[in-house]
Design a protein around this ligand. Sequence first.
Ligand code: PLP
Length: 361
Amino acid sequence: MTKRKFNFFPGPATLPLPALEKARDEFLDFEGTGMSVLEISHRSKPWQKVMDDADALVREVMGVPSDYKVMWLGGGASSQFYMVPANLQVPGKPMEYVNTGGWSTKAIKEVELYGETKVIASSKEENFSYIPADVEFSEGAAYAHITSNNTLYGTEWNYEPKVPSDVPLVCDMSSDIMARKANVKDHGVIYAGAQKNLGPAGVTLVIVREDLIDRVPENMPTMQKWSTHVAKGSMFNTPPVFPIYMCKLGLEHLKEMGGVKAMEKLNREKAKILYDVIDSSDGFYKGHARVDSRSLMNVTFTMETPELENKCVDEAIPLDLIGLKGHRSVGGMRASIYNAMPIEGVKKLAKYLTEFKEKNQ
Ligand SMILES: *Cc1c(COP(=O)(O)O)cnc(C)c1O
């Protein structure tokens, strides 16, 4: 087999090797069917079992209460930006958002098409380098929306905002779902594009509390209603079969690794290794995120000049450390260290950064 690189790309991102190997091994003959999982009917029994297993694994790994529905939908997390207001709008009630980065900004843009939208807190004026403190959503909001991890800026919520009990909290968890414990019961809706922490691009996991499913106005297009997809077990139309199948394999691996609890412990260790390098670099590496808002998943930092940053990205490549260039909104570098990034990769990167500093300071 060709050597695997340490892939720090933000998404599509590295996947667990055991999941890739299993997919390879059964690619041409899925469970004795004599067909690839790409070829079997989504109405067949072997496929239904994949859907059932994926559902059960999400419930087990995240501790999803029984009064929540799990959906696998196409269209990416970006489609949920409009499906959330389409399903949860209430005439006369504002939809409240916290703007903590590029993805929140995109979500807010869609909501404005549906009705009154309130941005109740934002860190935009400081280039989204922190999560606003003491956020409190209003009584009478249709729903409250946050983005738990800000992939571009490398910030993450480290507390739960105050939400009135009858206001559902909606969370875009695309880049940190199952990376750390989340209390599902504190949320009305959780959604996540798969390609960061769950599996490949092409499918979005949506978890919705039962009572919210029927809130949708009658005049919504069929595909835009969660109720359509819940009623048909995510198979109202042909589902993205391969991405769902890969997510199932990834979830099996996560469970084997000890689930979210074990993963969170490892993720904290991984992130600390890199933040320690930044903090002990005497300002050679400058962390973008404020310390109290640092992400476990996307470590963002800059250096004195763009030339030095480019050099640092380029010289890492022959060492098999790839995908380190930062997003243009922050510049500098970004190491995305999702669940599937082994700690060996993080240690190798830390060693590289320490040596790069010694040579170039
Ligand atoms: C990547 C990302 C998205 C967009 O996901 P798509 O599946 O590409 O639509 C949305 N929110 C967050 C937090 C992301 O990281």
